[in-house]
Ligand binder design. Structure first.
Ligand SMILES: [Cu+2]
Length: 510
């Protein structure tokens, strides 16, 4: 995603980046200033400054952290954050070893130029990434599997640990390995497969799921999974691990690495073609995977009822001729004073006090066609949620500006997990509520909406603070695709000075 869109008064994209903030996906109960969202939970960190994130790590799981200012995540500011189970506790599954795969996508154009392109009129799209990276490593202009490729691309000749050589997964036969897989991509939705092996999915976004077996795994930006891999194939061979693009016409080669069985040499390449990614627009394949994810038996169940329902229409729009993404016809721009401080100190002129709408004109809006009136406006108003109430959010997808285009959007919520109650096709209707899964919905922090469909989420507003909820695709967030929730801010304790040292809170001591 990109930046949270800088409002017009903020530094222009061509200004050298002057601050970073980091976010991990841990809930940070009681420390909302440690969430890392510039302009929302804290001031951006200036060059030479230090900001200490101190929060309670209250749950095991697979997470990652990344910059949340400008398009810094896309520029490479990210890393894994793995939380082990507490001493004396056990995971609900056994494994003999583990690997950590943090996936991302990479462009040769720098992010400043990308931000300028995306903010220009006429709009200039950044295009597809040149490479998919595994733990920051990827290939360009050569392929590990050139001889199986139709294109004229040369064979990579890595001998050792060169910069672009892939990280090889060395395994022993007849063991079980846990693969922790997370996606920090700026754009690409991915699919991962291991030749000759099935995987058992056991964790999603730091929550255990009912184990299920797959041949390949879809992963969207912002998500994380753990899968168990049994090394039960012939150990005299090595096997491809391949990662390809989903949901967009792929112009990016598959990322490849090798599962290397002991005692076979790691330099012995597999003799067959790498697994082929399912066709990019085979949405039924993606939906089948997504809909097989359920909470592990015995997991926390959602409240039976909701107190408030917010329906968020996802559309591509124009604001003063500029191409934007809008939610209920408002394209998010962020204020120069972070919300957390301005709400806590009652600074009513720090941002628009009018809340954005809880719904769109669902009776008259045709989600299957470009908007009749594509014009929307900028806004920085927020949704104020009553503390400890239960909120349903229905994300409604629609047609973008071009005819017959509706994209995948992975939505990520800060500060909470939500239950994913259901997915549907077309326009959400009140009676769809009857089909919600209240029995074993998965708890997650990121959920996808499919083209022309809806996704229903439920969360309890029990974490005092101000929380971003946004599409995790970097350019989409940069173009305004997000909203902000605030709950129980008067309960927030002393906010560290460094989180307040900008804008209208610059001189506040609390
Ligand atoms: Cu999006």
């Amino acid at each position: 995603m990109a930046s949270f869109q800088a409002p017009p008064s903020e530094p222009k994209p061509e200004t050298p980046l002057s601050s970073i903030s980091l976010t991990s996906f841990i809930l940070k109960l009681g420390t909302p200033w440690a969430d890392g969202t510039a302009s929302i939970s804290q001031c951006a960190i200036n060059p030479g400054e230090t900001f200490v994130y101190r929060f309670k790590v209250d749950r095991p799981g697979t997470y990652f952290y990344h910059g949340h200012y400008g398009m810094q995540r896309s520029a490479g500011l990210y890393g894994s954050l793995i939380v082990d189970v507490a001493d004396g506790e056990k995971e609900p599954f056994h494994y003999d070893g583990e690997f950590n795969l943090l996936l991302s996508d990479w462009w040769h154009q720098n992010v400043h130029d990308q931000e300028v392109s995306l903010s220009s009129n006429p709009f200039r799209w950044i295009g597809e990434p040149q490479s998919i990276l595994i733990n920051g490593r990827g290939q360009f202009n050569c392929s590990m599997a050139a001889k199986f490729s139709n294109a004229t691309v040369s064979q990579c000749k890595f001998r050792g640990n060169e910069q672009c050589a892939p990280q090889i997964l060395h395994v022993r036969p007849n063991k079980i390995y846990r693969l922790r897989i997370a996606s920090s991509t700026a754009l690409a939705s991915l699919n991962l497969a291991i030749a000759g092996h099935k995987m058992v999915v056991v964790e999603a976004d730091g929550n255990y799921v009912q184990p299920f077996e797959v041949n390949d795994l879809d992963i969207y930006s912002g998500e994380s999974y753990s899968v168990l891999l049994r090394t039960d194939q012939i150990p005299s061979k090595n096997y491809w691990i391949s990662i390809g693009v989903r949901g967009r016409e792929p112009k990016t080669p598959q990322a490849l690495t090798i599962l290397n069985y002991f005692p076979t040499s790691a330099s012995k390449l597999p003799t067959s073609q790498p697994p082929i990614t399912p066709p990019w627009n085979d949405y039924n394949h993606s939906k089948a995977f997504t809909k097989s994810i359920f909470a592990l038996m015995g997991s926390l169940k959602p409240p039976k009822n909701h107190d408030r329902r917010i329906i968020l229409l996802n559309t591509q729009t124009k604001v003063n001729g500029f191409t934007k993404w809008s939610i209920n016809n408002i394209s998010l721009t962020l204020p120069s004073t972070p919300y957390l401080g301005s709400i806590k100190f009652g600074l009513n002129h720090a941002f628009d006090q009018k809340s954005p709408p809880d719904n769109y004109d669902s009776k008259n809006y045709d989600i299957f066609n470009p908007a009749l009136n594509p014009n929307s406006s900028y806004g920085n108003g927020i949704y104020t949620i009553n503390f400890n109430t239960t909120v349903d959010v229905v994300l409604q997808n629609a047609n973008a500006l071009a005819k017959d285009v509706s994209e995948i959007h992975p939505w990520h919520l800060h500060g909470h997990d939500f239950w994913v109650l259901g997915y549907g096709e077309g326009k959400f209707r009140d009676e769809d509520e009857k089909k919600f899964n209240l029995k074993n919905p998965p708890l997650r922090n990121t959920a996808v909406i499919f083209p022309y469909g809806w996704t229903a989420l439920r969360f309890v507003a029990d974490n005092p603070g101000v929380w971003a909820f946004h599409c995790h695709i970097e350019p989409h967030l940069h173009m305004g695709m997000g909203v902000v929730f605030a709950e129980g801010v008067h309960r927030v304790g002393q906010i560290p000075k460094a989180a307040l040292a900008c804008g209208l809170t610059g001189n506040k001591q609390n």
